[in-house]
Design a protein around this ligand. Structure first.
Ligand code: FAD
Length: 265
């Protein structure tokens, strides 16, 4: 979905087009920051089939990446999450069979909305895994690292950091689990509005903020070694930062929550 000029406003500012030509659509445009794009066999791509209709003129297509006109322009060099490649994808007169359209013509918004809430709910648990591991290794480090002749875990200021980290994780985890339970049994087409839209945005907002808080304290407890690239806590810190940006930024999540709260005003 994301393009060089279309991030938070992915639908409104989208420039990739799909022009009907017989029993095919011809795609032109480029997409950026696409997770696993450089190694994908199949991509789900959104393009404007009726550009004059703005966000309401978007359709979704399945594209096999050996289709002529598809190209991986570059693999990007990320600060974290380096086990999963992220790239820029280019479509140049890429002919896709019309039967590869997902959903209805100009029905791309419904396709994306059906998935984004679930994506947010799932990403909460990426965050919780990172945060819980950061707490675990911080406790180990605090127990073993000695200063002033004692383990640093014996100092109350370090104890306070551990207690706050634990509390943030448990608060975020409770909301994430409640949200996941609400997602169970969600019917197709039910996402993208109402209670589930608000709750999934709130859950990932809280999970990402809690994870950033925990990672910051985890590096602090590790002292100088936490700043060294080769330590596990440093890898977690670099990886976790994306949780406030990807799958919609913290600001976009707040726009969703407040939009639902203020809907009938
Ligand atoms: C590692 C990674 C993987 C990704 N994977 C994918 C993927 O697989 N598929 C995909 O489609 N996209 C993917 N993305 C893109 C991601 O969804 C976007 O980066 C994100 O939506 C933000 O868009 P942007 O980077 O263009 O930032 P911008 O939209 O340019 O935002 C810049 C800043 O302005 C703020 N801002 C923008 N609009 C408003 C507003 N109205 N009110 C207040 N603040 C605002 C933002 O919150 C942010 O702080 C990925 C990104 C990363 C980093």
């Amino acid at each position: 979905m994301t393009e060089p000029g279309a991030g938070s406003d992915a639908l409104g500012s989208m420039r990739t087009t799909a022009r009907k030509d017989g029993d095919h659509y011809v795609l032109n445009g480029s997409k950026i920051f696409i997770t696993n794009g450089p190694i994908a066999d199949i991509v789900l791509v959104y393009a404007k089939t009726s550009p004059e209709k703005g966000a309401k003129g978007i359709s979704a297509f399945i594209v096999e990446t050996d289709t002529p006109g598809f190209k991986v322009a570059q693999k990007l060099n990320k600060m974290g999450f380096r086990g999963s490649p992220t790239g820029e994808l280019v479509f140049e007169d890429c002919r896709v069979p019309a039967k590869n359209m997902v959903g209805k013509p100009d029905g791309g918004v419904a396709v994306t909305m059906s998935g984004l809430d679930l994506e947010r709910a799932i990403v909460c648990f990426n965050a919780m895994g990172i945060a819980r591991r950061a707490l675990e290794i911080s406790i180990d480090y605090a127990k073993t690292r000695q200063q002033f002749g004692k383990p640093i875990a014996s100092f109350q200021m370090v104890q306070a950091m551990l207690a706050e980290m634990y509390t943030e994780i448990e608060a975020a985890r409770s909301l994430s689990l409640r949200t996941a339970a609400m997602c169970e049994g969600l019917e197709e087409g039910e996402g993208g509005r109402g209670e589930i839209h608000k709750l999934t945005a709130a859950a990932i907002f809280k999970a990402a903020a809690a994870t950033s808080f925990v990672l910051d304290r985890a590096v602090q407890i590790h002292g100088g070694s936490g700043y060294m690239r080769d330590t596990e806590v440093n890898r977690l810190y670099r990886t976790g930062r994306v949780l406030e940006v990807g799958a919609g930024t913290q600001e976009v999540r707040k726009l969703i929550i407040s939009g639902e709260l203020l809907k009938n005003i």
